[in-house]
Design a protein around this ligand. Structure first.
Ligand code: AMP
Ligand code: MG
Length: 402
């Protein structure tokens, strides 16, 4: 096997990832526990919303024409014929010329009425109501189906369900929501130098940061992370853990050992148990990345440095998750900012630079590879395309926010 990586452009790597992506799997979940899930079917309103003309204020249901010209000085005098009850349609109460009925917020507008005067603009004197403000037709009334019409598509599949969405889904009568099944993603940390979080590292050792970072990201993204722990740089350990993880997961991520040193086991083991499709991507950081497949399951070898692993996770693994989850529009929070200094970049590779963003200004955080602190001091990444030799001070950049 050659000692050099066979570098492919990011677009080719992503195309490979999409080619081997498992299909979308769906399940239904109760609308009460749907937050953060991805809708896997369009949702239509099962009824008109609202299903009746509804007052949006506490006040008096009137005929707008009866209030024409009314004001503080010359109120309109209307005869109050009764009170509307909440939660039902009162068929007995009707509003005719010169009359009104008290209506609470959410009450059904009585027959004959076409507007509501807010109680603040009225005064009651026995059966007579003084209306001190004119209202126009439909004022303070939410008309039947003004929100959503029966049969209207309210949500399209592929959308990540927000708390607001959950409320609207419930209003649309969607008790069981069809969503993408959460992909199970195995996480394996590799390296003789790695120790668990609970250990105090001896000289030469480092705590496993990647497993927790990857698990946190995956959980937030809508997957089920499955952490397999740390394995040594030994072929048998790799084979044993992959033999367990591959059948149990939809995707497996290994971190560390993804390059071509003698100690780097990942590619060789994937090649034995399955196929290595990509080894080396024109991305920085993250060049020594592996995309492979074992038993039809995508298996990634991510670089060991947490910051590199994270960039590869976002740039290369996320498109796979999007495909598996059926995400139509990936949420990528971005901010536009002005660059404080020149950033040179090597043409031919996509470069991701961590930046801090403050008041519309992006400051790159350069540092030696392997630093953890730039991960938390930064607000996001800017991507310098492969075809560019860098970005100039003062230019507008788009920051992919964390
Ligand atoms: P490797 O990709 O195995 O050559 O590792 C590159 C660097 O990343 C080395 O300094 C490793 O110690 C470090 N590293 C590898 N895996 C992890 C991990 N899970 N957590 C923190 N650092 C790691
Ligand atoms: Mg290693």
């Amino acid at each position: 096997m050659s000692r050099f990586l066979n570098i492919v452009p990011v677009a080719d790597a992503v195309a490979t990832v999409l080619r081997i992506s498992p299909g979308l799997m769906t399940e239904t979940v109760p609308v009460e526990s749907v937050a953060g899930r991805i809708l896997a079917a369009d949702v239509t309103a099962d009824t008109d919303i609202p299903g009746f003309d509804r007052s949006v204020v506490d006040g008096y249901a009137v005929r707008a024409a009866d209030t024409a010209g009314a004001g503080e000085a010359i109120p309109a005098l209307l005869h109050c014929t009764g009170w509307i009850s909440m939660g039902r349609q009162d068929t007995k109460l009707a509003v005719g010329p010169g009359t009104c009925a008290y209506i609470p917020t959410g009450g059904v507008l009585p027959a004959g009425a076409d507007a509501v005067v807010m109680v603040e603009y009225t005064e009651e004197a026995a059966d007579t109501v003084l209306v001190k403000k004119a209202v126009s037709h439909s004022e303070n009334v939410l008309l039947r189906n003004e929100d959503f019409k029966q049969g209207e598509t309210v949500f399209s599949s592929g959308r990540r369900i927000s708390p607001q969405d959950a409320g609207v889904l419930a209003a649309c009568g969607c008790a069981a929501v069809t969503v993408a099944k959460k992909p199970v993603v195995g996480i394996i940390s590799t390296g003789n130098e790695l120790v668990p979080v609970t250990a105090v590292p001896e000289p030469g050792q480092v705590r496993d940061a990647n497993a927790s970072m990857l698990a946190a990201y995956l959980m937030e993204y809508g997957c089920i992370p499955r952490v397999y722990g740390i394995i040594a740089d030994e072929r048998e350990a790799f084979e044993a853990i992959l033999a367990r993880a591959v059948p149990e997961c939809d995707v497996v991520l290994l971190s560390g050992g993804s390059s071509k040193d003698d100690r780097d086991m990942t590619a060789a083991v994937i090649a034995t148990m399955g196929t290595v499709l990509v080894h080396g991507i024109a991305i920085a950081p993250g060049k020594p990345t592996i995309i492979g497949r074992i038993a039809e399951k995508p298996v990634f070898g991510l670089p060991g440095h947490p910051a590199s692993a994270f960039v590869v996770l976002i740039a290369i693994v996320r498109p796979l998750l999007d495909r598996m989850l059926g995400i139509s529009r990936p949420i990528q929070r971005t901010a536009r900012a002005t660059l404080t200094i020149n950033i040179p970049s090597q043409r031919g590779r996509e470069e991701y630079v961590r930046v801090r963003v403050e008041k519309g200004v992006a400051t790159p955080l350069f540092g030696k590879s392997g630093l953890l602190n730039t991960l938390i001091r930064s607000d996001g990444l800017i991507c310098i395309p492969a075809g560019s030799e860098g970005l100039e001070q003062g230019s507008m950049v788009e920051v992919i926010l964390w």
